[in-house]
Design a protein around this ligand. Structure first.
Ligand SMILES: Nc1ncnc2c1ncn2[C@@H]1O[C@H](COP(=O)(O)OP(=O)(O)OP(=O)(O)O)[C@@H](O)[C@H]1O
Length: 320
């Protein structure tokens, strides 16, 4: 185990990290650093390059170009040391279904060379953390998705890694279990563990100290959730409540100076250029089309609004 004083201030540091697969650039010149003790989310839609990035950071996949250090180790030359010192978990984490909860933990304690004399105490600690006390003898294959995920987290940190990588850890898990899972993650962060998590869930990104938004292999924004909401949008966000929201949204998309129109239940969010009188223009256009407008209001953006806007502008810039 790496002594806490040996963990560098910048636990992860990458510069112009790039990975090609044939003609395709999966990760394109990404630079960022992650500080000790931070919960850092890598947020992006499917195929944006999240898994490719995490695999390079874990020393599983070589970059095509660029450089990086994880826990002070070079990701190209010292990948073996990286693998020994990190924890890694994804939704495909390999639990042995025909072994019990306890036996799975014992197996990973062996894999990670947890000293024999410390194993029992460490395993009891993990069972308590995951709330698995009553289930030690249960077969992993009989656990529901949420319990499996907690067990997988326990297995991934059996060797007390100072840095934990989570690759879409809560995909397919119900909201109550996700909340429990995040309680455990915050508990680990509180103990000083640095957590790097990839996700496409916005509520999950809200749990992070900082969020990096990636799309098409390019880093689009990097800040705390609050900063992103405060400054990442170019313009003013409006909430429009009216009859026939679907038809209204289609109409709004065609208006000049109106961007990133999205339906939120019966409400419509739209980003406007902030020109004076835009609310009246929108009201006028909708009423002219026979749609009754109940309310148009300026609102603060959510992380989802920021995400939609950043991806929308990248798409229109890059796809012509
Ligand atoms: N081994 C590979 N060979 C060829 N192309 C690959 C390989 N791995 C990833 N890619 C491509 O690189 C791009 C980025 O994929 P990546 O898996 O990193 O995205 P992601 O953000 O993790 O998406 P997802 O949430 O779907 O896993 C995709 O277009 C993918 O098809």
């Amino acid at each position: 185990m790496m002594a806490p004083e040996n963990v560098p201030e910048n636990v992860i540091e990458v510069r112009r990290l790039t990975r090609r697969f044939g003609d395709q650039i999966a990760v394109n010149g990404v630079s960022f650093s992650v500080r000790r003790g931070e919960v850092f989310a890598f947020l992006g839609p499917n195929g944006s390059g999240k898994s490719t990035t995490i695999r390079m950071l874990c020393g599983i996949l070589l970059p095509t170009s660029g450089e990086g250090h994880v826990l002070g180790f070079d990701i190209v030359r010292h990948s073996e040391q990286i693998k020994q010192h990190i924890g890694y978990m994804s939704q495909r984490f390999a639990l042995y279904e025909d072994l019990s909860v306890w036996e799975n933990l014992e197996f990973y304690a062996g894999v990670y060379n947890v000293p024999r004399g410390q194993r029992r105490a460490r395993l009891e600690e993990l069972v308590a953390m995951a709330g698995l006390e009553g289930r030690k003898r249960q077969l992993a294959g009989q656990l529901s998705g949420g319990w499996k995920q907690r067990l997988a987290l326990g297995c991934a940190i059996v060797h007390r890694p100072p840095l934990l990588f989570l690759d879409e850890p809560t995909a397919g898990v119900d909201p109550v279990s996700r909340r429990h899972f995040w309680m455990m993650i915050h508990g680990l962060a509180h103990q000083g563990v640095t957590v790097f998590v990839t996700t496409h869930y916005l509520d999950e990104a809200e749990h992070a100290n900082r969020v990096a938004m990636i799309y098409n292999g390019v880093l689009r924004a990097l800040a705390s959730p609050a900063e992103l909401k405060r400054s990442a949008l170019q313009g003013q966000l409006l909430n429009v409540r009216c009859d026939a929201p679907f038809a209204a949204a289609t109409l709004l998309e065609s208006l000049p100076g109106v961007h990133d129109v999205a339906l939120h239940g019966n409400d419509i969010h739209a980003l406007v250029d902030g020109a004076d009188g835009v609310m009246e223009q929108i009201r006028g256009a909708l009423e002219e089309a026979g749609i009754t407008v109940h309310e148009i209001q300026a609102i603060p953006p959510s992380l989802e609004d920021v995400f939609i806007s950043l991806i929308g502008s990248a798409r229109s810039r890059e796809n012509g």
